[in-house]
Each structure stands twice: as C-alpha cells, then as structure tokens.
Write a protein that binds this ligand. Structure first.
Ligand code: AR6
Length: 176
C-alpha cells in the first residue's frame, strides 16, 4: 500500500448520512437540484440549500462551488458538475478529473479534514463506471500525495459492485 493509502476509504451506503466535513454533490450546471444523489442531498439538507445555491449563478462542467450543509450531518456541500458521457471524445475524462481536483482544492481552502465523494457522472450522466473509478482514484491520490489536507477521503458507493470497482482501482494505484 502506498503512503497515502490509509487516507482513502471506500464506503457503501447513502452519502447524505455521512458525518464528514464536506460531502461532494454530483450536480448539474444550474445547481438548483435534480435526481440521483443531487436530489437525495437536497431532500436531506432542506430548502435552505437551494436558496443558497440560487445565489451562486450556476457552475461550469468540471468546476465546483461550496455551500453550507444545513440539515445534513456534513458541515459543507461541495457541488461539482460532471461531464455527460458523449462517447469519450469530448474531453470527458479531463473534465471528470477536474471535478475531483477542484472539489479537493475547495475542501483544502476550507480546511475540510474529511471529504466524501459519490461516483460523479456514473449515473444519469452515463460515464462508464470502470473508467470513472480509475480517474477518481488517480486524481484523488495525486492530490493527497501533494497536500496534507484533506486527511481522509471517502469514496461513497451506492452499491457493492461499485465498491468493488473502487477497491480494484485503489489496489492498482498501490501496485504502481
Ligand atoms: N449516495 C451515494 N451515491 C448515490 C446516491 C446516494 N444517496 N444516490 C445515487 N448515488 P447521479 P451523475 C450514486 O445520477 O451521473 C442529477 O439529476 C449513483 O448510483 O446522481 O453525475 C443532477 O442534477 C451513481 O453511481 O449523478 C444532474 O443532472 C452516482 O451516485 C445529473 O443527475 C452518480 O449518479 C448528474 O448525473
């Protein structure tokens, strides 16, 4: 296991239940809510969340913006906008990596010691899960290697097959 391996954890369950400093939301560019994990986060946080989001003027694909967590156990929500999968030739991989990097930069800027990510773009936005988990683990481990904050990053998976993909991606990094 590499030096930062003990700073990555894989969890199966609902991200809205995690008592971390920041959870990341797989949002859309309006930041005004939607389905999937975005809908779950807005439901759990309460209406104050969309009220704060309305003041942010949306968010570009690959970028991220921070709000408070309101009724969530997490102190903050970092909203990022993943790419819609269009076959792989439209910069999707780089945009997805940028989502993880920008979210971690914002977490660092707000001294978030613990951060949890969902598998951005792998649901409604149809990014292939195998490639997406490789990008997620590669980008996060690269950031952890260069920064001491966050101390711990959780990949929160909705189901066990996704957790297995993350385990494999983490193992592959450890071997590299
Ligand atoms: N906790 C953890 N993971 C979850 C949860 C949850 N409560 N709910 C779903 N997932 P998706 P996207 C997983 O579709 O592909 C929204 O409408 C899910 O199994 O939520 O980035 C936004 O407003 C999948 O692996 O996000 C955008 O319009 C992962 O979260 C659009 O969907 C991401 O699936 C974004 O699509």
């Amino acid at each position: 296991m590499s030096a930062f391996g003990d700073r990555i954890c894989i969890h199966t369950g609902d991200i809205t239940r995690l008592a971390v400093d920041a959870i990341v939301n797989a949002a859309n560019s309006s930041l005004l809510g939607g389905g999937g994990v975005d809908g779950a986060i807005h439901r759990a946080a309460g209406p104050e969340l969309v009220a704060e989001c309305r003041m942010l003027n949306g968010c570009k694909t690959g970028d991220a913006k921070l709000t408070k967590g309101y009724r969530l156990p997490a102190r903050y929500v970092i909203h990022t906008v993943g790419p819609v999968w269009q076959g792989g030739g439209k910069g999707e991989a780089e945009l997805l990596a940028s989502c993880y990097r920008r979210s971690l930069e914002i977490a660092l800027g707000h001294e978030c010691r613990t951060v949890a990510f969902p598998a951005i773009s792998t649901g409604i936005y149809r990014f292939p899960k195998d490639e997406a988990t490789g990008i997620a683990v590669g980008t996060v481990s690269d950031f952890l290697r260069r920064n001491i904050v966050p101390e711990m990053v959780t990949f929160c998976c909705f189901d066990e097959p996704m957790a297995e993909l993350y385990r494999r991606a983490v193992a592959a990094i450890g071997e590299g």
